[in-house]
Design a protein around this ligand. Structure first.
Ligand SMILES: Cc1ncc(COP(=O)(O)O)c(C=O)c1O
Length: 367
């Protein structure tokens, strides 16, 4: 009927894993553990709830266009001026806006294969060319030298995800420093730090905010450790010119009133964050201990993680399918990684301890 550009017609939408409701319906299960989307199993802070409850009475009014209260709170928390902070409907919403604002005809992007699928969908939804640099199948880390090699006169943006979803791996301070020195000033680096709060405890992790480079835009989210994925709120930090452009071009009323309020409240609760990081570390120790024997026998490889999920290489797509289907039928939802280009691997979010135990119990039966 109406002509759409080929890159839109050919777009494959993001397909999320099975939902709890789908599984309940399909298998008639009552106890389901969703370890598939890297959400916070503890829910969210009561302070987010309090702030939302207050905001409910104002839902007849439009949200604050400038999200001033939320941006000031982010500014206080990270010691970054408000003019360097943009907000939007999830970090993906801001990323979409950034691509719309800055990609001109003929501009190209570079990223790695096996990185955040949301970015890949955004990239494929543009007429611009994106280069996907292969990733080492041994370390599952970004090949930063390979990315540097692909830079040409048309390169406008490089997308990096640290820690990377779905591998959980990071590039270190030294690796980032060496890489950054070789990126031309006119190339924008999108640094996606959706799992920053989990990774930041590690000495070798480069918190990109500490560098304050003019061509680096840092993306963070309220969807992961803050536990309000359903509300859609994220933030980006970077040079004031870029932020001004993002704030000017975003949909005027994003994030919505409840998202702005909940995110503002959530930022007040460091205790909740600490509790979440602690639960996550305990989950990781548990998984490592429980899977060590299978790893020694050569049945799998656990990729060391810096985030709230682990990736397991099961060495065959067939095994991944058996594991996934069996776990689903027993009420455990994990993420097979074929859509990310890693058909031999699964990703498991660290959940509550009883959820981790349910995964281990059912998973081990399959070996
Ligand atoms: C690396 C990464 N970036 C961004 C997002 C999405 O964040 P948001 O919910 O803020 O759009 C995710 C969610 O899975 C992610 O893994």
């Amino acid at each position: 009927m109406f002509k759409t550009p080929d890159y839109i017609s050919n777009l494959k939408p993001y397909i999320p894993g099975k939902s709890i409701e789908e599984l309940e319906r399909e298998f008639g299960l009552t106890e389901i553990h969703k370890l598939a989307s890297n959400e916070n199993p503890l829910g969210h802070s009561p302070k987010a709830n309090e702030a939302m409850s207050k905001a409910i009475s104002e839902l007849n009014r439009y949200p604050d266009v400038g999200s001033v209260v939320l941006r000031e709170k982010i500014s206080d928390k990270f010691g970054i001026p408000v003019e360097n902070i943009a907000v939007g409907s999830g970090s993906e919403g801001i990323m979409a806006n950034l691509l719309r604002c800055y990609l001109c005809e003929g501009d190209e992007m570079i990223t790695s294969e096996a990185t955040f699928i949301g970015f890949q969908v955004l990239a494929r939804g543009r007429a611009n060319k994106t280069h996907y640099v292969p990733m080492s199948r041994k370390t599952y880390k970004f090949d930063l030298d390979g990315i540097l090699d692909r830079i040409n006169e048309n390169t406008k943006m490089i997308y990096l995800c640290n820690p990377n979803n779905p591998t959980g791996t990071i590039f270190t301070k030294k690796e980032f420093g060496d890489f950054y020195k070789q990126v031309p000033e006119g190339v924008m680096i999108i640094l996606d730090e959706a799992y920053f709060e989990y990774a930041n405890a590690y000495e070798e992790y480069p918190n990109s905010l500490l560098y304050r480079y003019d061509n680096v835009v840092t993306f963070r989210t309220f969807s992961k450790i803050y536990g309000i994925a359903g509300l859609r709120a994220g933030y980006a930090m970077g040079h004031s010119d870029i932020i001004k452009t993002l704030m000017k071009a975003k949909l005027p009323f994003e994030p919505n009133t409840l998202a702005q309020a909940a995110a503002t409240g959530a930022l007040d609760d460091d205790e909740f964050l600490l509790k979440s990081v602690k639960l996550n570390s305990e989950g990781y120790e548990y998984f490592k201990a429980e899977l060590a024997e299978l790893e020694k026998k050569g049945a799998l490889k656990l990729i060391p993680t810096y985030a709230n999920f682990i990736m397991l290489d099961l060495f065959s797509e067939e095994k991944v399918n058996t594991v996934n289907e069996t776990l689903l039928s027993r009420g455990v939802i994990i993420r097979p990684l074929k859509p990310f280009g890693l058909a031999n691997c699964i990703r498991v979010t660290m959940g509550l301890m009883k959820e981790n135990q349910a995964f281990i119990r059912e998973f081990k039966k399959l070996f």
